[in-house]
Design a protein around this ligand. Structure first.
Ligand code: NAD
Length: 256
């Protein structure tokens, strides 16, 4: 219950799926949590869930692609909690399109959230964490940032970008003596609204799920908590020697 006691965290895209699970887990371990999302209703429900369990949480409306909003998020968190210890750059979107049929508009929309959003988060978190002499930034990449998929051109590019941006930022922070660690997490398919919507766009959800299950040597897709436990570890002081690494949590997907 106390692995994150005294810390404050921001989780982007915290209203649903993996982000929601990370917010609940960090709060359960004693961190104050700012849940941010474009979805005000569902984000507020997560905050309520945390409070009902005795935790400390606030909701901040945020589109991660909007730099002005990052100023607002950091300002609000510092005002309320005096410091920022953890940022989970979780918000992301997917698009099931191959490179030939991806429009420039599709590409820019996805990049603005999945890659610009993570870049802005890292940049603004460094400013806030420097003042607090340290922190941990955890970026959600994917197995799709490690291996290619013919039907996920922009998504692959964005998650590959998150992987190497993470390493660059980790080295920069280490070299600068900031005591800020930056790591990426690479989930296999996790049962969340993102994956369910993806399967809906492809046709039969039950059949699609069976196919996804079969892609993971462990025999099934993962659950949001499978990822939240990894994020919690990287966010905590237990990972004080861990920076620039990629934590793969994928049921063996990329081991084949
Ligand atoms: N589910 C998976 O199988 C899987 C696998 C690998 C990586 N990921 C990554 O994990 C992260 C979370 O995925 P998920 O499956 O929980 O997704 P999800 O779609 O279930 O939830 C994403 C959340 O992000 C929010 N969001 C979307 N655009 C936003 C924006 N511009 N600003 C702020 N919030 C925004 C949504 O409102 C939603 O609450 C994403 O970065 C995703 O790419 C997911």
């Amino acid at each position: 219950m106390n692995r994150m006691r005294g810390k404050s965290a921001v989780v982007t895209g915290g209203a649903l799926g993996i982000g929601r699970s990370c917010a609940l887990k960090l709060a359960e371990e004693g961190s104050a949590v700012a849940v941010t999302d474009v979805d005000i209703d569902k984000g507020s429900v997560v905050v309520e869930e945390i409070r009902l369990r005795g935790g400390d949480a606030i909701f901040i409306e945020q589109d991660v692609a909007d730099e002005a909003r990052w100023d607002h998020v950091m300002g609000t968190v510092i005002e309320r909690y005096k410091k920022l210890d953890v940022l989970v750059n979780n918000a992301g979107v997917a698009l099931a399109k191959d490179v030939e049929h991806t429009t420039l508009e599709d590409w820019r929309w996805l990049m603005s959230i999945n890659l610009d959003g993570v870049f802005l988060g890292i940049k603004h978190a460094i400013q806030a964490m420097k003042a607090n002499r340290g922190g941990s930034i955890v970026n959600l990449s994917s197995i799709e940032g490690l291996v290619g998929d013919p039907n996920l051109a922009a998504y692959n590019a964005s998650k590959g970008g998150v992987r190497l941006l993470t390493k660059s930022a980790a080295l920069y922070c280490a070299k600068s003596g900031y005591n800020i660690r930056v790591n990426s997490v690479h989930p296999g398919y996790i049962w969340t609204p993102m994956v369910e919507n993806y399967l809906k766009s492809q046709g039969d959800v039950a059949q699609g799920r069976k196919l996804l299950d079969s892609l993971h040597p462990i025999g099934h897709v993962g659950e949001p908590d499978d990822i939240a436990f990894g994020v919690l570890y990287l966010a905590s002081d237990e990972a004080k020697f861990v920076t620039g690494t990629e934590l793969v949590i994928d049921g063996g997907y990329t081991a084949q």
